[in-house]
Design a protein around this ligand. Structure first.
Ligand SMILES: *[C@@H]1O[C@H](CO)[C@@H](O)[C@H](O)[C@H]1NC(C)=O
Ligand SMILES: *[C@@H]1O[C@H](CO)[C@@H](O)[C@H](O)[C@H]1NC(C)=O
Ligand SMILES: *[C@@H]1O[C@H](CO)[C@@H](O)[C@H](O)[C@H]1NC(C)=O
Ligand SMILES: *[C@@H]1O[C@H](CO)[C@@H](O)[C@H](O)[C@H]1NC(C)=O
Length: 333
């Protein structure tokens, strides 16, 4: 769960083992334990330095830095993106298949997956945290609370800017910015992308994997519950498919299986916590009058309607993460 990534030779490992055993035996303060190990290796500075800053990246604080309450939910080993080697357990496949009614078995999924990786990169270009890097991200939701916020330049200052579905920037630059490095979508919410934007597909059914391969080649002819754009413009080298197992992990580990499945917005936030060192969240939740409309829509006075998604629980979790200083939540008011 929590590892110091240090290269140690066998002698060093032995010394650390002896040192830590001694610590437990005598209930020394942790610092003395480490100095003991360090003395043996004449590396006092290195050790104490490492212990005072057990960090996973070079930001002031890194999302994946260890904190107990966070680690109850956060599981680094779950792969956020689908790779050719990724497979389901029966239970995971059953959960994913139930999201949207569709015929097709694991074999059909495997075939569709195989085709995905004949066209798109099999390894996403986002690696985990590194001590020499501070990767800052902004996830920009579509809430009406962005209207008049003037967050635009602040949003654009991040290394990675993730937007969702059909969110537009033209005409709203001052409030929402112009940069989009990653756009999250599924077939029913897809739009054309420019050549520098990553397409991040959330697959909710096997058809979605078939859609992404067809929509970028011959055109998609299948049918879904809503109108699907048959062809899209996007850079094939920048397509990433979210791992369905990751979606189940968000549901189980973060929402304790509340609701049928998490909203795309919430899954995107957890995804960002897996690929970013620092995360700012914009455009989530209601505006100051309690309205839940999109920033590009005329104001409609609606109460919170999140359908199959556990909206309130998701919102509370975002606030909790902000309180723990894991993320920064800018609510626009
Ligand atoms: C984290 O995920 C891995 C891979 O899915 C799993 O084997 C492991 O049990 C999980 N750990 C926790 C603490 O849930
Ligand atoms: C994937 O897992 C299923 C069981 O859930 C198994 O039947 C199948 O053989 C596995 N496929 C591969 C390619 O490992
Ligand atoms: C888009 O980017 C790719 C590199 O990822 C490049 O090969 C291609 O020529 C670019 N296409 C256009 C239209 O700029
Ligand atoms: C929206 O409707 C509710 C109840 O119908 C009302 O209490 C609230 O003031 C309305 N908000 C606005 C901004 O009109």
């Amino acid at each position: 769960m929590f590892r110091l990534r240090v290269k140690m030779n066998n002698r060093a490992k032995l010394v650390v083992l002896i040192a830590s055993t001694a610590c437990f035996a005598t209930i020394w303060r942790l610092s003395s334990c480490l100095s003991f190990a360090a003395l043996e290796e004449n590396k006092i500075d290195k050790w104490t330095d490492m212990w005072t800053k057990v960090k996973s990246c070079s930001c002031a604080t890194c999302i994946s830095d260890f904190t107990i309450s966070f680690m109850k939910r956060y599981n680094r080993t779950v792969n956020p993106f689908l790779t050719p080697l990724e497979n389901f357990t029966q239970e995971e496949f059953k959960w994913w298949k139930a999201l949207q009614r569709e015929n097709g078995d694991l074999k059909k999924f495997m075939e569709a997956k195989k085709r995905v990786f004949t066209m798109f990169p099999s390894k996403p270009d986002l690696t985990g945290p590194r001590l020499d890097r501070c990767r800052t991200c902004a996830v920009v939701g579509n809430s009406g609370n962005l209207k008049g916020s003037k967050y635009g330049s602040q949003i654009d200052a991040h290394d990675i800017v993730i937007r969702m579905n059909k969110a537009m920037t033209t005409g709203y630059e001052e409030d929402v910015g112009t940069k989009t490095t990653h756009r999250v979508m599924y077939p029913e919410s897809a739009i054309d992308l420019d050549n520098n934007t990553h397409l991040v597909l959330f697959p909710f059914k096997i058809l979605d994997l078939q859609w992404i391969t067809d929509a970028l080649t011959t055109g998609f002819r299948g049918q879904s519950y809503a109108t699907v754009i048959p062809k899209i413009k996007a850079n094939k080298n920048l397509v990433m498919v979210v791992n369905p197992v990751f979606m189940k992990y968000v549901h189980t580990s973060w929402l304790f299986s509340k609701g049928k499945y998490p909203s795309t917005g919430f899954m995107t936030l957890v995804l960002a916590m897996h690929i970013c060192d620092e995360l700012k969240i914009f455009g989530f939740g209601a505006d100051k009058n309690g309205n839940w409309n999109h920033y590009w829509e005329e104001l409609k006075n609606e109460t919170l309607k999140t359908g199959v998604h556990p909206g309130r629980r998701e919102y509370d979790l975002i606030q909790e993460l902000a309180k723990q200083n894991k993320v920064t939540f800018l609510r626009g008011w």
